[in-house]
Design a protein around this ligand. Sequence first.
Ligand SMILES: Cc1cc2nc3c(=O)[nH]c(=O)nc-3n(C[C@H](O)[C@H](O)[C@H](O)COP(=O)(O)O)c2cc1C
Length: 352
Amino acid sequence: MAHPLPFPPPLAPGALPTALAPMQDVTGLAFMRLLGRYGPPDVFFTEYFRVHPHSTLEPHILDAIRLHGTGRPVFAQLIGESRPHLRRSALELQAYPVAGIDLNLGCPAPKVCRKNVGGGLLRAPAAVDGILAELRACITGRLTVKMRVGFEDARHFAALLELINRHGVDALSVHGRTVRQMYRGEVDYGLIRLACRSVACPVLANGNITSARTAMAVQADTGCHGVMVGRSAIRNPWIFRQIRELSTGRPVFRPVLEDVRRYVDDLWQALAAPGLPEPFLLGRMKKFLNFVGLGVDPAGAFLHAMRHARGAAELFSICDAHLLAGGRAGSHFPDEPYPELVARPNAEAAPC
Ligand SMILES: Cc1cc2nc3c(=O)[nH]c(=O)nc-3n(C[C@H](O)[C@H](O)[C@H](O)COP(=O)(O)O)c2cc1C
């Protein structure tokens, strides 16, 4: 089979293609289903399957692949360094309804990088060469890669892009930061542009795509095939619909804070699972609301109050106070996050 294979077509012909970025503990079945109702991305990427000598495919990620019911294609992501075990996992995954298999070359978590997997592999192009050869030989469908621009700097970036071509990778997502930058600092769209010019396959631009307007600007700047959105899809679950609307010249949906309040209820219901204790659900909910709060008020009053909520009732009354009371319900939820706010003061501890 000749590669690259065509990327799955967008839901709306002519629209800028979109992907939900893989995010550990976020982009699971519940969030995929919820996005399916709010306006799904053109394609999904799962959180990563960890691959090592004793690994088995994690059932909750397989459930996301099998049961999301959005009608959109799903790419399954792998993270690992062992060629035989990556091969074994890729072969097993091909029995599931996946649009392709994605290799993680970007995760910056120190415990991951120490083992030379994820972003750690960006220091070792020779190892990446071997892994891509192994995966290309056993994956008959799409093999895709998600990478950062380098570990400490972009010294191996051009060599890595050559490997993408040499191994017939079918699509490349580029997060325009180094591993050292974690999730902060400037995204280098110039390097994403370089990737778009250098590789034969479609490129998805990733990193700080915060609104439909930003998505269009990044596409114009880099020439990317499509955009991959992570944290801003948690803050604004309408973002994929908005990108679709803006890029096809249709009126763009503008949510108000009352819509955000309903989103909070939907999230709570989506994340609740039978037997899940309330404190655990509250913790999961706060993780999502940390991102939603970036668009609620510029001073971060909602974020501050929400983080201190001790139970569901208190959390919901804080949401009512900040999203509905005092005539707020009809105020527009801003397209962009308030720049002075930080979602997770401990972003450095993020799992990937
Ligand atoms: C909570 C969280 C979990 C993540 N998990 C993964 C992951 O499993 N695999 C991966 O390739 N990237 C992961 N990432 C990185 C995102 O896919 C994305 O590259 C990054 O957040 C930049 O995009 P954004 O600015 O649109 O959020 C994660 C990011 C966050 C914030």
